[in-house]
Write a protein that binds this ligand. Structure first.
Ligand SMILES: NC(=O)c1ccc[n+]([C@@H]2O[C@H](COP(=O)([O-])OP(=O)(O)OC[C@H]3O[C@@H](n4cnc5c(N)ncnc54)[C@H](OP(=O)(O)O)[C@@H]3O)[C@@H](O)[C@H]2O)c1
Length: 350
């Protein structure tokens, strides 16, 4: 620790694909944070569900931790997220951050919401890549964080590290977002385009599973739940809504989809799973719909690996942002970019 550096302590809740990639990214880019913000970032706690946990107040050797988990080993301790957050609370580090990267629950977003509440209650900033908390409880968590003078950030909830929430918050001051539409689920995009090319449904889905793109339970993608969670998250943050994935009008893929794709194609349209949201007189609403797009629609021109979101605004008309190909490094970068925001807000150097 250089004499003018401030200690930045991190706890990682969840050490799966995203948690591990974030750990390596932090290791690779820690000097960027040191130079820009005069902080010394150390991961002091890592927690999993079935593979134990670690706490090391001096900072965990992240490469070693990743190597151990990737080779199937468990960590020795069984401290829970609550135990580890309590350790962070009692530390003297001036900046403490809980990074939430546990599995999505579309029924109630727990225990991720509880993790974020515990973090904020303990004086830690909360950063999540899990879309559940922002899709189910944005208004409450945002208020709680602001009452405590802490940050609650979630850039990875939609389109990984491609800036959506940061774009609006940091670069569009005073611009009002009035609506959005987009394609934000890669598995269904890939399956629909494969069906359009005459491939069987099962083969396309298997490819998405083999590439690790489909959710662990692919029904979350196919039934539109992942897209509904993203639509709720976008509506809650950008349109001041108070939705959950259960109050988003939702449609998914089913046994009739292959024929519907072919019918749309024969009629000159492209059937895609499109999310949309808008402000209305009775409040904001959002939907996930199988939609027949005109071939010139920018959403119809996307490749099977691409996602895109179009924001409708009061001052800048429509803004489109596209992610050509997502991967886990981009998701990990979402956590990293939120960490940069915490550092900037904490006035740490700069
Ligand atoms: N993968 C992606 O490309 C991607 C993209 C965008 C967003 N996300 C979101 O990022 C999050 C993590 O995804 P992932 O792909 O890393 O998932 P993953 O590989 O399944 O890892 C999940 C991690 O969370 C741990 N965990 C689950 N429940 C927990 C609990 N109650 N307490 C503590 N730890 C718990 C698991 O423990 P065990 O190791 O013991 O199982 C595992 O380490 C999810 O919310 C996902 O929706 C992922």
């Amino acid at each position: 620790l250089a004499s003018d550096e401030r200690r930045l302590e991190l706890a990682l809740l969840g050490f799966g694909h995203v948690g591990r990639r974030f750990a390596l990214l932090l290791d690779e880019r820690r000097d960027d944070l040191r130079r820009a913000f005069r902080v010394d970032p150390r991961v002091v706690a890592i927690c999993t569900s079935k593979h134990g946990s670690i706490y090391n107040r001096q900072g965990i050797d992240l490469r070693d931790a990743v190597a151990r988990r990737s080779s199937g080993q468990s960590f020795g301790s069984h401290e829970t997220p609550a135990d580890l957050i309590a350790r962070l609370e009692s530390s003297a580090a001036p900046v403490r951050v809980v990074m939430e990267a546990t599995t999505l629950s579309v029924s109630d977003a727990q225990p991720a919401i509880a993790h974020i509440e515990m973090a904020l209650d303990s004086g830690c900033h909360a950063v999540t890549v899990n879309k559940g908390p922002v899709a189910f409880a944005f208004r409450r968590l945002h208020q709680f964080a602001s009452d405590k003078g802490l940050s609650f950030l979630f850039e990875g909830a939609v389109m990984d590290g491609v800036p959506i929430f940061n774009l609006v918050r940091e670069t569009l001051p005073s611009v009002k977002v009035t609506g959005f539409r987009g394609i934000v689920n890669t598995t269904t995009q890939h399956v629909l385009m494969a069906l359009e090319a005459g491939e069987p449904f099962a083969a396309a889905l298997e490819r998405m599973q083999a590439e690790g793109i489909a959710e662990a339970d692919p029904a979350l993608d196919l039934q539109g739940w992942d897209a509904a969670a993203k639509a709720a998250a976008l509506a809650n943050v950008l349109l001041d809504a108070d939705l959950t994935p259960h109050t988003v009008a939702r449609e998914g893929l089913g046994p009739g989809t292959a024929a519907a794709v072919q019918r749309a194609f024969a009629a000159g349209r492209r059937l895609r799973l499109v999310i949309s949201g808008s402000r209305g007189s009775g409040g904001a609403h959002a939907s996930v719909r199988l939609t027949g797009l005109e071939p010139t629609d920018i959403l119809a021109t996307l490749a099977s690996t691409a996602n895109a979101l179009i924001l409708t605004t009061d001052l800048l008309d429509e803004i489109a942002i596209c992610q050509m190909r997502g991967n886990v490094t981009q998701t990990a970068y979402a956590l990293f970019s939120d960490l940069v925001t915490v550092c900037r807000r904490a006035g740490a150097g700069g």
